[in-house]
Design a protein around this ligand. Structure first.
Ligand code: F6P
Length: 338
């Protein structure tokens, strides 16, 4: 077979191990692998190169994606879908592996309904994809964010300040939740819960009076109550980095507590660097599974983590319905407010 592979949406650590898994498994079947560059954009433009063992054997520990990525939606570009289908034919691709999150796999699902033989591999640092217990990229991002929070603790303690750390995650609060819990934040704000700022000020003052500093983790996606127009991408997502959540929350805390506050945005640092062991193994297994699925003719489906097993689930179960932080997690956050 000739198997095409592309990576779309925001990059994250673990994509390269997934590519490695796809290529190794495909080679074991005697398949050829065509790497499409820059996600769906590359398929619209016909940008590709063959992938060999040498391209992937040493990428297990490399962050980012060797295939490049874009946030292109062929369904939003005139003639985009026709060009995707035309280029798949031109490149003689028998089956396609799409590595991505909700957006990229949403396109994959729509293409599979047009009889394009496609399988999905779930990735995203946001961990907000349904149908799988975890997505690779998340574990690494949280490790990086926890490291940042611990560094902030040292300086917050020395200067007797409150420090606010903003993490990514879009509409889902998983990164903030895990960072807040694992990094020992005093208050964590996630988009799934309307912020109770008054309660937070009281708690932070109490904590500060006890230990002389405090740490707050805030997710970029929390509601601030202001509805100004924002730039959006081809999948309809607002560019949250420009929202200024961290600055806003920091200033609010300083004004209402009278305590000196600093704000830090970790931003894209969370998306780079070597994947953790968890992400490497999960990604590689998902890549291998995707090729097995292709050989069994299981199209329109995605390799997913269920417990410790990699299974195949319909793409429909994964896309269009974000996996958000549930109430039991919010209750756990409450327990940590002593
Ligand atoms: O979806 C992954 C993610 O990192 C989000 O957490 C964040 O809001 C967004 O991508 C940032 O996108 P970009 O890299 O295009 O600025």
């Amino acid at each position: 077979m000739r198997i095409g592979i592309l990576t779309g949406g925001g990059d994250c650590p673990g994509i390269n191990p997934a590519i490695k898994g796809v290529v190794y498994k495909a080679l074991s079947y005697g398949d050829e692998i065509v790497g499409i560059e820059e996600g769906w954009k590359g398929l619209i433009e016909g940008k590709s190169r063959n992938l060999s063992l040498g391209d992937v054997e040493d990428i297990i520990n490399v962050g980012g994606t060797i295939l490049f990525t874009s946030r292109t939606n062929p369904f939003k570009i005139e003639g985009g879908v026709e060009r995707v289908i035309g280029n798949l034919k031109k490149l003689k691709i028998d089956a396609l592996v799409a590595i991505g999150g909700d957006d990229t796999l949403g396109v994959a699902m729509r293409l599979s309904k047009l009889n394009i033989p496609v399988v999905g591999v779930p990735k995203t640092m946001d961990n907000d994809l349904s149908g799988t217990d975890f997505t690779f990229g998340f574990d690494t991002s949280v490790e990086v964010a926890v490291d940042a929070l611990e560094r902030l603790r040292d300086t917050a303690r020395s200067h007797k300040r409150i420090i606010v750390l903003e993490v990514m995650g879009r509409e889902a609060g998983w990164v903030a939740l895990y960072t807040g819990i694992a990094g020992g934040a005093d208050w964590t704000l996630v988009p799934e819960e309307k912020p109770d700022f008054e309660k937070m000020f009281v708690y932070l003052k109490k904590t500060y009076n006890r230990k002389g500093y405090a740490l707050v983790v805030v997710s970029e996606g929390i509601a601030l109550g202001n509805s100004e127009e924002r730039e959006i991408d081809q999948f309809g997502h607002a560019l949250l980095q420009r929202k200024g959540v961290c600055q806003f929350v920091g200033e609010l805390i300083e004004k209402n507590t009278g305590i000196s506050v600093r704000s830090a945005v970790i931003g894209h640092i969370q998306r780079g660097g070597p994947p953790t062991v968890f992400d490497r193994i999960l990604a590689l297994r998902a890549g291998v599974k995707a090729v097995e699925m292709i050989h069994k003719g299981e199209f329109g489906r995605m390799a997913a983590l269920a417990g410790n097993k990699i299974i195949s689930v319909p793409l429909e179960d994964a896309v269009g319905r974000l996996k958000l932080v549930s109430s039991d997690w919010l209750e756990l956050l409450e327990v940590l407010k002593a």
